[in-house]
Design a protein. Structure first.
Length: 314
């Protein structure tokens, strides 16, 4: 736990002290565990941190807000607290949007972007699975969303909840390493699920507003000029591949790679492909980003800036 305007949980996966600083941002309802299938391998060359965003995983909400701006501010604070240089931000789904917003808002803080099935508005709606639309509509209505999640919590175990999410996010959830599935179940059992659901709702509603009213966000993201790798599962039910293709068309300098027969979370369902593709990008198009993000050695950061704090109860 580190102090970034309050207790903040970061999984430090290690890496060479002079390697590029790589900060991983999970999606809606996720946690640092979403990156554990690829993080240790990436730590051979990068200083890898996996952040629990506001109200997610082991990071409590505290005085912060679990909306897109609140998540972005947390990322901004972590970059400042960890070192003097910029970071490469790697984000999945909602985390991809947060990473892109940080790069647009504070470009000097972001050396490069790795966007994995990001929830980026493109100005044109794409076909989304009806089950996904229904879930977001339920969550969007005050009172109805709270009641829906309360009932779901009462009737599902932690394991059922984890496997339900993986079934939605993956083409074949059996591809996710079982040890990582078990770690997700154990974390869910530890959490106050009511508090987690509250943060989920606030984040989902904020994300829905960005996607439903995309004009301003599209304008902001149009200014992105950091080296960017865009990864997308060909059979993503939540963020259709068409959205990634449209975003890539408006940023021809981005590298787009598509994982065949993979869903919304390639880093879990196809970790070998994801690691290899990221590694190749770091060697080629992303080399300037890796160079700019190198040398952010946390050992050189003052203890006051990175003062550890106690984890809150529960």
């Amino acid at each position: 736990m580190v102090d970034v305007d309050g207790p903040t949980h970061v999984l430090d996966m290690g890496g060479p002290p002079d390697g590029p600083l790589l900060i991983a941002l999970h999606g809606l309802g996720g946690s640092h565990l979403n990156w554990t299938a690829i993080g240790p391998d990436l730590a051979r060359r990068c200083r890898v941190l996996a952040l629990d965003q506001v109200g997610h995983g082991l990071t409590p909400v505290g005085s912060r807000t679990a909306d897109m701006e609140g998540h972005r501010r947390l990322v901004s604070g972590l970059i400042r607290a960890w070192g003097d240089g910029p970071a490469i931000l790697m984000g999945n789904s909602m985390g991809g949007l947060v990473a892109a917003l940080q790069a647009a808002e504070e470009p000097a803080s972001v050396a490069g972007l790795i966007l994995v099935d990001p929830a980026l508005p493109t100005g044109r709606p794409a076909l989304v699975h009806p089950r996904v639309i229904a879930n977001f509509l339920l969550c969007a209505v005050p009172g109805l969303g709270e009641g829906y999640l309360t009932q779901r919590r009462r009737h599902t175990t932690a394991e059922q909840s984890v496997r339900r999410v993986l079934d939605i996010c993956c083409v074949d959830a059996s591809r996710v390493p079982e040890a990582i599935v078990e770690a997700h179940v154990e974390l869910t059992e530890r959490l106050d699920r009511a508090r987690a659901d509250d943060a989920y709702l606030r984040s989902a509603r904020s994300l829905s507003m960005v996607l439903a009213r995309p004009t301003e966000t599209v304008r902001r993201l149009g200014r992105l000029d950091a080296p960017t790798l865009l990864l997308h599962g060909a059979r993503d039910r939540l963020i259709p591949l068409a959205s990634a293709r449209r975003m890539a068309a408006t940023h021809p300098d981005w590298r787009l790679e598509v994982a065949p027969d993979i869903g919304h979370v390639p880093m879990l369902e196809a970790p070998e492909w994801t690691r290899a593709t990221i590694g190749d990008w770091l060697d080629h198009e992303g080399a300037p980003a890796a160079s700019a993000a190198a040398g952010s050695d946390p050992a050189s950061t003052s203890d006051q800036d990175r003062a550890p704090v106690q984890a809150p109860p529960g």
